[in-house]
Design a protein around this ligand. Structure first.
Ligand SMILES: *Cc1c(COP(=O)(O)O)cnc(C)c1O
Length: 441
């Protein structure tokens, strides 16, 4: 059972949650002055339209025609499936639906914001976009967006992934992007980390620092971020806006579940539904799933922190493990981040979204069950959502509750088979972090 919308049903506007939040968002702070960030400084880092969207109080922002056209080209609207085989295998009275973002050309939701960001940069006359990538999903998406819109793309890729995921690098090269392992010797901050350890595995936070330093040295370049920021989460709401129409062919969901790294795919599916809850028109439950190795939602502190490890970005008020926290090398590379989207942090504080965390072995076990029943091999990131769904459906079995679960399958895992091999051969480590030094100091 599935719903597929025609091209004309690609949403015409993104939903911006800022005017509907239960409290105003704390402003980003300039790391040099600790005062609210001057927009001029942000304009040197991000394309103009994105800075505008980042602070916009407009509830809906029109999607440019060209971006809608490209959304159709890369596979939007994505299909929404009912996981009947999984339901049967679990013996649950719950009905399980999922939005499948793995059906886009680059295999995850990341392309939804990559196309928008590349479009606005091109409109402004920017020549190059510079970014970081952890697992390679974001780098692949931005590389394709650059190829489709005629922009150069440069990617700093965490060295551990650069080695473990050579095929992602090949994808980016095929789309014409430059890819450097991070930390690299191309930036000051990269050289600093290399001096500490010439074989430094890198991480998202370090790669962000390198990308920003790179951009500050090139007037015609701008930085592009694949998660966390308000405008990124807003671009992802095409997922939830489509899902609402698709679910209308079936039934209303009771529970909405997604995995969380920075929060963009979760927000993309959930925020159009959150809006109804904030307006008192519905009472959906929202569950956000993260890894135990990077537990910013369940064990982080709500405070101002940097978005990167080098301390270059504005400080944002969010749930964080501290920007110096080194996230252990779990296979869900896209979830290896110390912080969290500020808007999602607010929704957690107000108990609108409930966070939970899992170890990677139990997550891979749920992914294996999903592959054997529904056929799709999920990205290890998305598999966190699946584990959340399985547990919820088993609770429903105990209580006999016929609830309707909707989750986001943010990407496929066909380029993550190393992780699956390690799982099948019993080589996974379940990291249980004990200390978060930056939070204790
Ligand atoms: C990047 C990524 C994530 C995590 O990022 P969010 O911004 O939290 O969505 C999750 N799933 C996949 C497939 C990804 O590529």
């Amino acid at each position: 059972m599935k719903a597929v919308l025609p091209d004309e049903k690609i949403p015409r506007r993104w939903y911006n949650i800022l005017p509907d939040l239960p409290e105003p968002l704390a402003p980003p702070l300039d790391p040099e002055t600790n005062e609210p960030m001057e927009p001029e400084k942000l304009l040197r880092i991000f394309a103009r339209e994105l800075v505008k969207q980042e602070m916009s109080r407009k509830r809906y922002v029109e999607i440019p025609g060209k971006v809608r056209e490209l959304y159709a080209k890369i596979g939007r609207p994505t299909p929404l499936f009912r996981a009947t085989n999984l339901e049967r295998a679990l013996g649950t009275p719950a009905r399980i639906y999922f939005k499948y973002e793995g059906a886009t050309i680059t295999g995850s939701h990341k392309i939804n914001t990559a196309l928008a960001q590349a479009y606005y940069a091109k409109e402004q006359g920017i020549e190059r976009l510079v970014t970081e990538t952890g697992a390679g999903q974001w780098g692949s998406a931005l590389s394709l967006a650059g190829a489709l819109l005629g922009l150069k793309v440069r990617v700093y890729m965490a060295r551990a992934s650069y080695r473990q995921k050579p095929y992602r690098k090949t994808v980016m090269h095929l789309y014409g992007a430059e890819v450097y392992p991070s930390p690299s010797d191309r930036t000051k901050v990269g050289r600093k980390f290399l001096k500490e350890d010439p074989d430094h595995p890198g991480g998202l936070g370090i790669a962000i620092s390198e990308a920003i330093e790179d951009v500050l040295g090139d007037e015609k370049a701008r930085y592009s971020l694949g998660s966390v920021l308000n405008h990124v989460l807003m671009h992802q709401t095409v997922i939830g806006l489509e899902a609402k129409e698709e679910m209308a062919e079936f039934e209303e969901p009771d529970v909405i579940i997604g995995c969380v790294g920075g929060g963009s795919n979760f927000a993309g599916l959930a925020y159009p539904f959150v809006r109804e809850v904030l307006e008192g028109k519905a009472d959906y439950e929202f569950i956000a799933v993260e890894p135990r190795a990077a537990p910013s939602m369940t064990r982080g502190v709500y405070t101002y922190d940097f978005g990167d490890s080098g301390g270059y970005t504005p400080k944002m008020k969010m749930h964080t493990l501290g920007h110096t926290y080194y996230v252990p090398p779990i296979h869900a590379g896209g979830l290896r981040y110390h912080g969290l989207a500020p808007t999602l942090s607010v929704l957690i504080n107000h108990n609108i979204v409930r966070p939970i965390s899992y170890h990677q072995t139990e997550v891979f076990r749920a992914a294996e069950l999903f592959a054997r029943t529904e056929g799709i091999i999920p990205a290890p990131e998305s598999a966190h959502a699946i584990k959340g769904v399985v547990d919820r459906a088993l609770e429903a079995k105990k209580s006999g509750k016929e609830e309707v679960i909707l989750f986001n399958l943010s990407g496929h895992g066909l380029l993550d088979l190393k992780g699956y091999e390690d799982y099948l051969e019993g080589r996974l480590t379940d990291y249980e972090p004990e200390h978060f030094p930056a939070l204790e100091g």
